[in-house]
Design a binder for this molecule. Structure first.
Ligand code: SF4
Length: 472
């Protein structure tokens, strides 16, 4: 590890105290804005027929690129912190039945979307995509290739989430051969006590060997997903984990905060809440992570994401062309994303649609030769205005007010008169810089991006009960 990467806790006491005061003030429940409006606001009034109409409309107008998301819901073991849509099973035969239905859905969706549209972005998520065996993964990629126009371009983003416990070097070689060029490893934490407390034990050496293999096979990027706020985690254990992460030097690092919501996610009931770090400790952890990773040279692009300075996400952000969808930040997002598999969400130009979350209902709909859409939303003009603003702030940390006014034919300061006071408070707290024609997010404001975006969210006041995790 280089000297530059050596770990230090924030040394400027005044700066540290100011940051903590702000952090406490802005530590409230709020969405992560992978979409706007967010999924809880999708409605059953938007179903299969509405989705078909929207998709056919887009196909008719262009051969614009497509993004695909494929959801594999199965996992062999339960991780206690998990808040994903997954099915835990040791029965490896369940994936055969699932693949049969998924193949049917792929054919139906491709027919509607148009098979000439190049797929510039593909993401396998879960659950655990590598729950599928080698033959099943191969079959699935071939089936996608038969129905959609998969890309060979080196610029494509074909990524897959990896549970390190389910792969070896040979499996990584297979994934490369199938066309994936990006890997995202679920690391969470390297501390053995924390790993036991969350029921996810995987060694540093396992990650070392897989990361080396990923480099050997020339994957374009290796990402690590980590979590802070886990049971038994403390500043020292986190410091050790950060040291180990820096030793492996992934291209991208995402540091999520753990949201303990046992009433909603039953697996979290296995976590002893007395072993969770306090709010104050979580805020110290957040400061430590940002300090250590930026000192080591990573660029904090916002929303928990850190990347190497020469990473294309960092460059795209500097050039104001970074984008984001359900799978995270991207440089080559297509105008339409099709979600495939149980619970997956499609994001078309002017609408969202989500598949059935229940596996048997998903199968039942496809048995009836219907797409498994259960709910969705067609965006209003106001939704489109706010979606654009939230996306610009999250991706490019900068809002061009004049451009919003011209594009949407409105006067920004009149349209958003009711939130100007809040924006002024953010300016006073140092989170944003407001000019007559620009809003810029400051370095300090990057940690509070969710709060800043919440100000533009028209739906939040109608939320009867908190359904989101805390912002910090
Ligand atoms: S965290 Fe990932 S691997 Fe663990 S149970 Fe949840 S979906 Fe499965």
């Amino acid at each position: 590890m280089s000297d530059q990467a050596h770990l230090t806790i924030v040394s400027d006491k005044n700066a540290g105290t100011h940051a903590q005061v702000l952090s406490s003030k802005y530590d409230v429940a709020g969405p992560r804005y992978t979409s706007y409006p967010t999924a809880p606001h999708f409605s059953v009034d938007f179903g299969c027929n509405e989705y078909r109409q929207e998709l056919i409309k887009q196909r008719g107008s262009s051969i614009a690129p497509l993004s695909l998301y494929v959801h594999i819901p199965f996992c062999k073991n339960i991780c206690y912190y998990c808040a994903c849509n997954k099915i835990v099973t040791r029965d490896s035969t369940v994936s055969r039945r699932y693949l049969n239905y998924l193949n049917k859905e792929i054919a139906m969706q491709a027919e509607l979307a148009g098979q000439a549209r190049p797929v510039t972005q593909l993401h396998f998520g879960g659950g655990t995509p590598t729950f599928l065996n080698d033959a099943e993964l191969t079959e699935l990629m071939h089936h996608l290739g038969q129905h959609f126009k998969l890309s060979d371009s080196p610029d494509r983003e074909y990524s897959i989430e990896i549970d390190p416990r389910t792969v070896n070097k040979d499996r990584l070689a297979l994934l490369k051969g199938l066309g994936f060029n990006r890997l995202s490893f679920g690391v969470q934490d390297f501390d053995p006590e924390v790993q036991t407390a969350i029921n996810r034990c995987q060694s540093f050496n396992m990650l070392l060997s897989l990361t080396n293999a990923a480099r050997l096979y020339q994957f374009k990027s290796v990402s690590y997903d980590l979590i802070y706020g886990l049971p038994k985690q403390n500043l020292q254990s986190l410091t050790n984990t950060l040291e180990q992460v820096l030793e492996l030097a992934p291209d991208r690092i995402t540091f999520y905060n753990y949201a303990h919501l046992p009433a909603r996610f039953s697996s979290q009931r296995a976590i002893d809440r007395h072993t969770l770090p306090s709010t104050g400790q979580r805020l110290e952890m957040l400061a430590l992570i940002a300090d250590v990773l930026t000192t080591a040279g990573y660029v904090y692009i916002g929303m928990d994401h850190f990347v190497k300075p020469n990473d294309e996400l960092a460059i795209a952000q500097q050039e104001g062309r970074l984008q984001r969808n359900f799978q995270g930040y991207s440089t080559c997002l297509a105008p339409d994303l099709i979600g495939l598999g149980v619970s997956s969400i499609s994001s078309l130009r002017h609408s969202y649609a989500q598949n059935e979350k229940d596996l048997e209902r998903y199968y039942e709909q496809l048995d009836n030769n219907r797409l498994a859409i259960s709910r969705g939303l067609r965006l209003s003009h106001d939704d489109e205005v706010r979606r654009h603003i939230i996306s610009e702030l999250i991706c490019n940390l900068n809002l061009d007010i004049k451009q919003v006014e011209q594009h949407f034919q409105l006067c920004f300061f009149e349209y958003f008169a009711n939130i100007l006071e809040t924006l002024k408070t953010y300016q006073k707290d140092g989170l944003i810089l407001m000019e007559s024609d620009k809003i810029r997010v400051t370095l300090e404001g990057r940690s509070m991006l969710r709060n800043i975006c919440m100000t533009f969210d028209r739906y939040l006041s109608s939320d009867a009960q908190p359904r989101y995790s805390n912002t910090l």
